[in-house]
Design a protein around this ligand. Structure first.
Ligand code: HEM
Ligand code: HEM
Length: 173
């Protein structure tokens, strides 16, 4: 695999884990406190970065026609590809809910205070609550599916002893 594919993969993983982590931490701080507001702003800024990385990844994957590890059997190939597509679908939904939530509240998502993302669609403020529930649920779903995905990669490496995990490692991919 190319260095670019590998970098995009680990950057995505790092961003998703940090986004989920920040969302679980700010609940410990009272509403309106600078720390809580700061964590939420950081979450949104990283979310905007993840959106850009996702667009780049999808364009990259479609243009390179990359396929899942050729070393694995037919069924493993189908399952792995299905899990990867599910992760892409969940991540696309999740960032979309994030933007819709902010546009619904009229509070535009800002990237580290440098620029804000203007509303691309009109969102009824009354739907904010439902979108926020979906965003919370999907966040947990991503962590669950990514956990299974990571466990499968470790299983390949330590139990099946094939090169699937090494493909995602620098220099050896
Ligand atoms: C994979 C990406 C993401 C994950 C895993 C994630 C995860 C979460 C979770 C679990 C919550 C609920 C926290 C709670 O219990 O209240 C949350 C809240 C939120 N997220 Fe995300 N998120 C992601 C991307 C984004 C993006 C792209 C945006 C904005 C553009 C965003 C904006 C927000 C906002 C505004 C809240 C509510 C903050 C508040 O309580 O006022 N998120 N996120
Ligand atoms: C939040 C965390 C993660 C997300 C969202 C994620 C997402 C993805 C996606 C979408 C792909 C498909 C790449 C493509 O071909 O387009 C992929 C491939 C892969 N991931 Fe992850 N991943 C995460 C964490 C991990 C971890 C922790 C490991 C290792 C322990 C791992 C190991 C792999 C491997 C080995 C492949 C390549 C499989 C192949 O050869 O096709 N991933 N990941």
């Amino acid at each position: 695999m190319t260095v670019f594919t590998i970098s995009l993969h680990w950057l995505t993983a790092l961003l998703v884990i940090t986004l989920f982590g920040t969302s679980q931490i700010w609940g410990f701080f009272a509403r309106g406190t600078p720390l809580r507001l700061g964590l939420i702003s950081f979450h949104i800024s990283l979310g905007i970065l993840l959106s850009a990385v996702l667009i780049l990844r999808i364009v990259w994957r479609l243009s390179t026609h990359r396929r899942t590890a050729p070393a694995v059997s037919g069924l493993q190939h189908v399952v792995a590809t299905a899990v990867h597509l599910l992760l892409y679908a969940l991540m696309i939904s999740q960032v979309s809910y994030g933007f819709l939530m902010r546009w619904a509240s009229g509070n535009l998502p800002s990237f580290f205070g440098l620029f804000s993302v203007p509303p691309l669609v009109v969102v009824d403020p009354a739907t904010r609550h439902v979108i926020s529930e979906l965003h919370d649920l999907t966040g947990w779903a991503i962590i669950a599916v990514a956990g299974i995905h990571a466990a499968a990669a470790l299983l390949h490496h330590y139990v099946l002893r094939d090169r699937v995990l090494l493909r995602m490692m620098p220099a050896r991919g």
